[in-house]
Design a protein around this ligand. Structure first.
Ligand code: SAM
Length: 622
């Protein structure tokens, strides 16, 4: 992905690649209001939440026009915009300086603007406005989206100069991603635009254009268009009685449970957390110090794309919610201690990802990837801080749950009274394998021991090679960690401390290391290393309805997935829960609130709880 090559014709931003200007020379915000924002007036009084999507984010003028409209309106805007060549921050600043309009909003956009790397970037612009910036070509991004927009803004450069933005396939996807009765607005009334809108199922009206332009297109979707790709991974339908604040009960008060609680509470839920132990963050989230860094794969590998999305969301979440007392954004280093890793890191060179990842092959003792935005964290302290504002019930060990006739869910605990809820979320870390043993969710528990030593390695940023080393905090330096699948021993072991020291022996003289403590935790991993995030599927339905997937997987006769109503999981985060738990929280929010997804649909599928079962059925194994 390349950044936009911007030049200025007078004060107007110009793109030489397309030989076109970004917007009109004379008061472009008036055209933005007239052509695009005005479309919402037609449905303004009918709803409180709007999903608006756009082809061509450019400088975000249409987005800022809408921000103005939604500011102080009490209504919510979720704006999704696609951009193949994002404009660099300094160019954005110049464009708005020249415009002399939207100064405060533009400054805010520049401040929150994501790094210009491929993928979906969720930006919480204000309490009521969310922006999903999707960086990539329109035809790469559209198949990865899954929502029903109220209004689409088609704002590519002129069809004669930018054919790819107005292809037949683009219109088909836009129809799939529009609710029945939803609209498309565009300044263009070119023949191909008119014809393709109609062929995609829109009723087209040509309206008076802005200023000297004779006409513009206003189109309404008259027949809904469903394409049932991978129906076994279809989004769940949430059914909530929103007449009162719905209740959410979250099982488990580690970082995944707490982040999910924050997300749902922010969106009007009455949230309770139920924790088996007497404190928060007693297991995987409870270390003295932890590292916030993504797993880096080659750029096109789904596991790594998911981790990068999760990392960037986590950075934004912690930056906005946590002070330096809990997290220090020092950056961090991932050393390539073998050839394979070095090749993998090197493959980022052409990705234009320097804003986050820079590779230096001449660093000692190994070539190194520097990760900007990386941080070291005080996980337990952070969890305690988050929990302060939440309702946490301790000594509540989950036993079972059942669905009541009125749509609620009744949850039983060992040694505590049952609770009723509308939404139930499992964030049960290493206990998940036991809780879901009846389902085909392939999980295992991994014992990990970290070692606390007196400060020995002088580093201000955490780094990782065979093992990892954190900067010292309060006279303790944490190094780690061992990895023992399905081993259970709560006592710390000397041989594990020795293993931790030997794994970082290039960076310290282990004879000088004075061990002052160790901590054992259990992390939950899935068999394919992706976390398990989303709605809990109906095992019986899947086994019955998809039993012949070996034969029928390419047919379009398969029924749509069925889920346990309003039950979700945010589990199997392994050793990177500080990152992926935040992605899990946002995704569960997306499902519950019917928002666009904060990650590509193919990656959402990779996180799906039924993927293990679906894979087996597709292979035809009984
Ligand atoms: N809506 C913008 C605003 O409010 O500032 C102006 C959009 S400008 C007219 C068109 C945008 O479409 C450019 O930013 C361009 O990079 C983008 N674009 C062109 N071809 C594209 C493609 N194939 N995929 C995604 N974006 C594309």
């Amino acid at each position: 992905m390349k950044n936009a090559a911007i030049s200025f014709k007078g004060k107007t931003a110009f793109n030489a690649q397309f030989d076109d200007i970004y917007f009109n020379t004379d008061k472009p915000w008036c055209e933005s209001e007239y052509v695009f924002a005005k479309g919402l007036d037609e449905i303004w009084h009918e709803q409180d939440r709007f999903i608006v999507a756009e082809t061509g984010f450019g400088a975000g003028l249409n987005f800022l026009t809408l921000c103005k409209k939604f500011q102080n309106s009490g209504k919510r805007l979720h704006f999704v915009s696609i951009e193949a060549n994002p404009i660099a921050k300094h160019d954005l600043a110049e464009i708005y300086e020249n415009l002399g309009k939207f100064k405060t909003l533009a400054k805010k956009l520049a401040r929150l603007y994501p790094p210009l790397v491929r993928g979906i970037h969720r930006i919480e612009f204000s309490e009521f406005i969310t922006l999903d910036l999707c960086f990539g070509d329109v035809l790469e991004i559209l198949p990865e989206l899954d929502f029903k927009a109220d209004v689409w803004f088609m704002d590519g450069f002129a069809p004669s100069k930018n054919e790819a933005m107005w292809s037949e396939a683009v219109f088909k996807h836009i129809a799939r991603l529009t609710r029945l009765g939803g609209m498309v607005r565009t300044y263009s009334c070119a023949k191909i635009v008119r014809e393709r809108l109609v062929r995609a199922g829109f009723w087209l009206e040509l309206r008076k254009g802005y200023g000297k332009k004779r006409q513009m297109s206003h189109a309404v979707l008259k027949q809904s268009c469903e394409i049932s790709k991978d129906p076994w991974f279809a989004r769940c339908e949430t059914a909530l009685n929103l007449a009162r604040a719905p209740r959410a009960l979250i099982i488990g008060a580690g970082i995944a449970g707490l982040a999910t609680a924050v997300e749902l509470r922010k969106n009007g839920f009455d949230v309770t957390l139920a924790e088996a132990k007497d404190a928060v963050a007693t297991n995987g989230s409870g270390n003295h110090c932890g590292v916030l860094m993504p797993l880096i794969t080659k750029p096109d590998v789904n596991l790594g794309r998911m981790h990068l999305n999760a990392f960037l969301q986590a950075v934004r979440f912690y930056r906005s919610a946590m002070s330096e007392r809990y997290i220090k954004f020092s950056g961090c280093i991932d050393y390539a201690y073998d050839e394979l890793l070095a090749k993998r890191f090197e493959s980022w060179r052409d990705e234009n990802a320097d804003e986050i990842l820079t590779f230096d092959k001449d660093v000692k003792p190994y070539p190194a990837m520097f990760i900007k935005g990386g941080a070291y964290v005080r996980p337990r302290k952070m969890c305690e801080k988050i929990a302060k504002d939440l309702n946490v019930l301790f000594a509540h060990e989950y036993l079972s749950h059942k669905h009541l006739k009125n749509g609620q869910i009744s949850v039983k605990f060992k040694n505590a009274k049952s609770l009723k809820t509308d939404v139930l979320v499992f964030a049960t870390g290493s206990k998940s394998a036991e809780i879901f043993k009846e389902k085909e969710i392939l999980l295992s528990s991994v014992r990990g021991q970290v070692t606390h030593i007196e400060p020995l390695v002088d580093t201000h940023m955490p780094f990782s090679a065979f093992g990892y080393v954190c900067p010292s905090i309060g006279g303790v330096q944490v190094i780690g960690a061992t990895y023992a699948r399905n081993e259970f021993c709560d006592e710390a072991r000397d041989e594990d401390d020795a293993e931790n020291l030997s794994k970082v022996s290039e960076f310290l003289d282990s004879k000088k290391a004075r061990i002052i403590g160790s901590k054992v935790g259990y992390r939950s991993y899935s068999s394919d290393r992706f976390p398990v995030i989303g709605a809990l599927y109906d095992e019986e339905f899947y086994k019955q309805s998809y039993k012949d997937l070996f034969w029928s997987k390419h047919k379009d006769t398969n029924p749509t997935a069925v889920y346990e109503p309003n039950v979700f999981v945010n589990i199997a985060h392994g050793s990177r829960g500080l990152c992926t738990a935040i992605l899990g929280a946002k995704l569960i929010g997306d499902l519950v609130l019917k928002r666009p997804l904060c990650i590509e649909k193919s990656l959402f599928n990779d996180l799906h709880a039924a993927r293990f079962l679906v894979r087996r059925l597709k292979r035809g194994q009984k």
